[in-house]
Design a protein around this ligand. Structure first.
Ligand code: NAD
Length: 262
């Protein structure tokens, strides 16, 4: 049983489900205190209860819309006051949003996907960096995707792909900007992972009828035919958040079982 995060605190967005929840459980299992940021949702309270059953007081749920600047600023302050500081920031909340050909994508559809995935990442980082500096350093991990960086196979995902590529540029600029404060910034690019993300997908009618068949070149195949598990990604998040990754910053790490190579 490793204790890489003993005495450390993590703020995790999108922590009520999927990759964020798995990362919260993983970090708490290794000694961290975790602030779970998500939309007001029974699932987030449930995640906090599960983690507090591992270690009483290790988790607390915060009702935060990451696209709301005032709320993000306030919740970060509340979490830092409650836990005494922050060392690891996992900017992970995201939605698929509306999938549609560009001419059917409304201004509001575009704005919604950008405000949660991209502006939400910016706000999470902006309001936590002063506290990471106070601690003398820390680790920021941003959940991007293979979509928008390695593959563009998700038809109708122009807004989503734009946010996922944008998050990588953001992480790389920040790695240089924040190195002087011993703050590392990395992006992770998962392939398909078994989570609740499909519930955040709004599909245009045409797209509901499109099924893209998966074909592998003969003799080549990814690690598995199905999606990866959130726990697989949580292991990577824990590594990047820990001192074992002390020389890794400005990187983007693909975790997709070779899905994007096909
Ligand atoms: P998920 O839907 O299971 O979890 C996402 C969480 O984010 C949910 O609990 C949701 O309530 C929360 N959220 C949504 N909008 C929010 C907002 N405005 N404010 C705060 N919280 C909000 O999905 P997941 O797959 O765990 O997604 C996590 C991240 O992983 C996303 O950024 C997603 O783009 C990325 N990702 C997922 C996959 C995949 O296949 N599942 C692949 C690549 C990247």
């Amino acid at each position: 049983n490793r204790e890489r995060f003993r005495g450390k605190t993590a703020i995790i967005t999108g922590a009520g489900s999927g990759i964020g929840k798995a990362a919260a459980v993983k970090l708490a299992n290794e000694g961290a205190q975790v602030a779970l940021f998500d939309l007001l949702d029974e699932r987030t309270e449930q995640a906090a209860r599960e983690i507090n059953a591992i270690r009483e007081g290790a988790a607390r749920a915060y009702d935060v819309d990451v696209a709301d600047p005032k709320r993000v600023e306030q919740a970060v302050r509340e979490a830092v006051e409650h836990f005494g500081g922050v060392d690891v920031v996992f900017a992970n909340a995201g939605i698929n949003g509306k999938l549609a050909p560009v001419e059917d994508l409304s201004f509001e559809d575009w704005e919604k996907t950008l405000s949660i995935n991209l502006t939400g990442t910016f706000l999470t980082v902006k309001y936590t960096v002063p506290y990471l500096k106070q601690r003398g350093g820390g680790s920021i991990i941003i959940t991007s995707s293979i979509n928008g960086n390695d593959t563009f196979s998700g038809f109708g995902m122009s807004a989503y792909s734009t946010t996922k590529a944008g998050q990588v540029a953001f992480a790389k600029m920040l790695a240089l900007e924040l190195a002087q404060f011993k703050i590392r910034v990395n992006a992770i690019s998962p392939g398909a992972i078994s989570t609740n993300i499909d519930a955040s997908t709004e599909k245009s009618k045409e797209l509901q009828e499109i099924v893209i068949p998966v074909k592998y070149p003969e003799g080549s195949q990814p690690l598995s035919d199905g999606p990866g598990q959130p726990e697989n990604v949580a292991d990577l998040v824990a590594f990047l958040g820990s001192d074992e990754a002390i020389h890794i910053t400005g990187a983007r790490i693909v975790i997709d079982g070779a899905e994007s190579l096909l």
